[in-house]
Design a protein around this ligand. Structure first.
Ligand SMILES: Nc1nc2c(ncn2[C@@H]2O[C@H](COP(=O)(O)OP(=O)(O)OP(=O)(O)O)[C@@H](O)[C@H]2O)c(=O)[nH]1
Length: 386
């Protein structure tokens, strides 16, 4: 009785969250993050439990075959959904259909050749195996593609290990005690469904949390970066600088104003799209030349800003020279032209400054130095007088 009530609640949870996942996936348009796949996983499992309730107990019927197939197909849908969340473009229908056809055929074969116990044991055994694969994927993800979600992934691995162990135990109980092990009033069944109900309560909100985290991270990134070059914009740079100066280890910083020489000429000669490609090229050189902790940004136009943290004036002049030489040396391939394009930069360097509120002053100093560099012939570095 209690186990049946639990299964009923489980159905309600799964089907409600299936609808919620589907609604969220509709709101996400092109970037669904696997929510439509999770909706399908919940729907399959919810329907499987509805069929189980309708059956009443172990039986050999079409309903039971469909129930087992849905039960096994649901973790496959979740697994594919997780792949989607982490940016792998995997299909849904083909793998699900393949699982459904293969597993239905396997059920008929096992029922005829080995009997009903073997068919039920096959479901528990296959589920345990599938969940084991999921746990291994999640642990692999923690070390590779899902590093950003370390805590969440470990939490999921622990929860899935629980279902994996329970299915493995059910498999052994079935081999040991036959179909009696599936009696709903057995203690093991009770524990099994209490665990499944807890999962149905905890997992869906956790999945929604993952999506929310990804969305807010994307939004924050969008607000902090220049869309053309992906360098920090003024807001991103100011926030990063404030975080740096708030840390106890912070030492004074220097600001470099980097300006492409005669950029208007490049735009006028080759067109705006090539001008944009040159901006992206310069951004890439900045990104790869500055040190790990330094900040590189573009506030619009052909001017870039680099903030050197944790370096004295000699180190800053060294970096500025490295940037200037790298830009001068590297050729930019222009589509539709046999001749690679070369450009140069002029760099103005501010005096050191020690808090984010004086960023504007540092910019003015670096800008004045830059102006002097331009007037003195370009392709050079000019330091603000101390
Ligand atoms: N392609 C492209 N051009 C831009 C962008 N933003 C600003 N520009 C162009 O950058 C050019 C800047 O030219 P100027 O400020 O006259 O300076 P310059 O030609 O680089 O000359 P100097 O700085 O004196 O060496 C203008 O032609 C702008 O239209 C952009 O996002 N993309």
């Amino acid at each position: 009785m209690v186990a049946n009530i639990l299964v009923g609640m489980l159905c309600a949870h799964l089907l409600c969250f299936s609808v919620m996942f589907l609604l969220i996936s509709k709101r996400l348009h092109d970037q669904k993050m696997g929510m439509d796949f999770f909706a399908m996983g919940n729907l399959l499992l919810g329907c499987a439990y509805v069929l189980q309730l309708a059956e009443g107990g172990p039986a050999w019927s079409l309903m039971s075959v469909v129930n087992h197939t849905f039960t096994l197909a649901s973790p496959v849908a979740y697994w594919l959904g997780a792949m989607r969340f982490f940016g792998h473009s995997v299909p849904l229908w083909r793998p699900l259909l393949a699982v459904a056809v293969t597993y239905s055929a396997a059920q008929v074969l096992v029922q005829w050749s080995l009997g009903p116990v073997a068919r039920y044991a096959m479901l528990s055994g296959m589920s345990a195996l599938l969940f084991l694969v999921m746990v291994i994927t999640v642990i692999y993800g923690v070390r590779t593609f899902a590093k950003d979600f370390y805590g969440e992934m470990l939490f999921f691995a622990a929860l899935i290990t629980g279902i994996c162990v329970l299915n493995a135990l059910k498999f052994m109980k079935l081999l040991d005690g036959g179909l009696d092990a599936l009696q709903m009033d057995r203690n093991f069944q009770l524990v099994f469904y209490i665990y499944m109900s807890s999962l149905a309560t905890v997992l869906p909100p956790s999945i929604i949390w993952l999506v929310l985290r990804r969305l807010t991270d994307d939004l924050r990134n969008l607000a902090a970066r220049d869309p053309l070059t992906q360098l920090l914009n003024r807001r991103g740079l100011t926030e990063a600088l404030q975080r740096y100066f708030n840390s106890r280890k912070a030492v004074p910083a220097h600001l470099l104003m980097v300006d492409i020489d005669h950029f208007k000429r490049i735009n006028d000669t080759y067109g705006h799209p090539i001008g944009d490609a040159v901006l992206c090229h310069v951004a890439e050189v900045l990104r790869t030349t500055v040190r790990g902790g330094d900040l590189a940004g573009r506030f619009g136009g052909e001017e870039f800003v680099v903030i050197c943290l944790d370096t004295d004036v000699l180190g800053v002049m060294h970096l500025a020279e490295r940037l200037r030489a790298a830009i001068e040396k590297q050729a930019i391939q222009v589509t539709g032209s046999d001749h690679p394009l070369h450009c140069t930069i002029t760099v103005g360097v501010s005096r050191h400054f020690a808090n984010a509120h004086v960023l504007e002053d540092a910019m003015r100093e670096a800008d004045a130095a830059l102006y002097r560099g331009k007037a003195a012939g370009r392709n050079r570095i000019e330091l603000a007088p101390s």
